[in-house]
Design a protein around this ligand. Structure first.
Ligand code: TYM
Length: 316
């Protein structure tokens, strides 16, 4: 029986954090045997942030960091096609075609755009069109599922709508994918209890040193009223079963510092073996993996674009 297909990606801005891991990357690892998987680094999406535009070296390092993280977390490049978005030119080509089908009012409903607008940020055309590049990322590969955190749900809906719009206009071309958003990890909270996010400065880096992780954990806001520090517990739940935590949290009721120390140890126990692998992965290995992935991804994307070009009428 043919395997169903999975596709997802991570944007290389800042260091991957435990929200990225539990919300998305862990699913890529857990599902790679069951699904034919395409997992990529959304490097062109990273260029929408002003910070990245001014720091090419940082962009390069972040791309390598995401690939290193994927591999250390357990993505096997022989099972999963692992690649850079920028290496498969069909992503930006298809995004253009989608942009021509899409109206401004429709894109103005995107949460990310509305947030940027509310903060009076200067919004680039790339930021505005972001959902169309993401729709192209997804639809080029006809995936059945797209595992993401809750914050990307609307983007997957944009991709579904775009597939339907194109299919209605030109005939059946794109599969309409489903998101996979797991309960319990849909929105991993950060050290201040809000969604963990690079832009909120509330992250725990997945492969930080023990000291860095310790510093982030000690910074978790604990203004809880009862004896249980909810922000600590919410993160602790990702690493230990609630049964185990029940005993610990009642024994140490009110001792926030000790509970944070216990959390540091539990993070360390899960992360240390992956971090060891993370540190051993060379730049050469990374380049080989993405070069091999780009060939496989390109095969799929190029075949899809032959059909799309034909349908929109640019093929003579
Ligand atoms: P990015 O790089 O912001 O995040 C990568 C993945 O991590 C998830 N995530 C979280 N999940 C739970 N709790 C959190 N606190 C948390 N923070 C991040 C995100 O939901 C995401 O699944 N636009 C995407 C990248 C992208 C993409 C795609 C994803 C580009 N094209 C096509 C899927 C398919 C992004 O910026 O994710």
């Amino acid at each position: 029986m043919q395997k169903k297909r999975l596709l997802s990606g991570v944007k290389p801005t800042g260091r991957p954090h435990i929200g990225n891991y539990f919300g998305a990357i862990k699913q890529f690892v857990d599902l790679q045997d069951e699904y034919e998987s395409f997992v990529f680094v959304a490097d062109y999406h990273a260029l929408t942030t002003a910070h990245s535009q001014q720091n090419p070296e940082e962009v390069r390092n972040s791309i390598k960091d995401v690939v290193r993280t994927y591999l250390a977390a357990g993505i096997d490049p022989n099972k999963t096609t692992l690649f850079q978005q920028s290496a498969v030119h069909e992503h930006t080509e298809l995004a253009w075609i989608f942009e021509c089908l899409t109206t401004m009012p429709y894109l103005m409903r995107a949460h990310a755009f509305k947030d940027a607008e509310a903060k009076n940020k200067e919004i680039s055309v790339g930021t505005f069109n972001y959902p169309m590049l993401m729709a192209a990322d997804i639809l080029l590969y006809d995936p059945d599922v797209v595992p993401v955190g809750k914050d990307q749900q609307q983007h997957v809906e944009y991709a579904r709508d775009t597939a339907e719009k194109f299919n209605n206009l030109y005939g059946d071309t794109f599969a309409v994918p489903e998101h996979i958003i797991l309960e319990g990890v849909a929105t991993v909270p950060g050290t201040d209890g809000q969604k963990m996010s690079k832009s909120y400065n509330n992250t725990i880096p997945l492969f930080g040193t023990k000291e860095e992780i310790g510093k982030a954990v000690m910074g978790i806001v604990t203004d809880s009223e009862g004896g249980r520090p909810e922000n600590v517990y919410a993160i602790h739940k990702l690493f230990k079963s609630e049964g185990e935590l029940e005993a610990l949290y009642s024994e140490k009721e009110g001792s926030y510092k000790e509970l944070k120390e216990a959390l540091i140890e539990d993070i360390e126990a899960s992360v240390a073996p992956m971090r060891e692998r993370y540190e051993s992965i060379t730049d050469g290995e990374i380049k080989n993996v993405v070069a091999q992935g780009a060939v496989r991804a390109h095969e799929q994307a190029a075949a899809k674009m032959i059909d799309v070009r034909q349908k929109v009428g640019v093929t003579l």
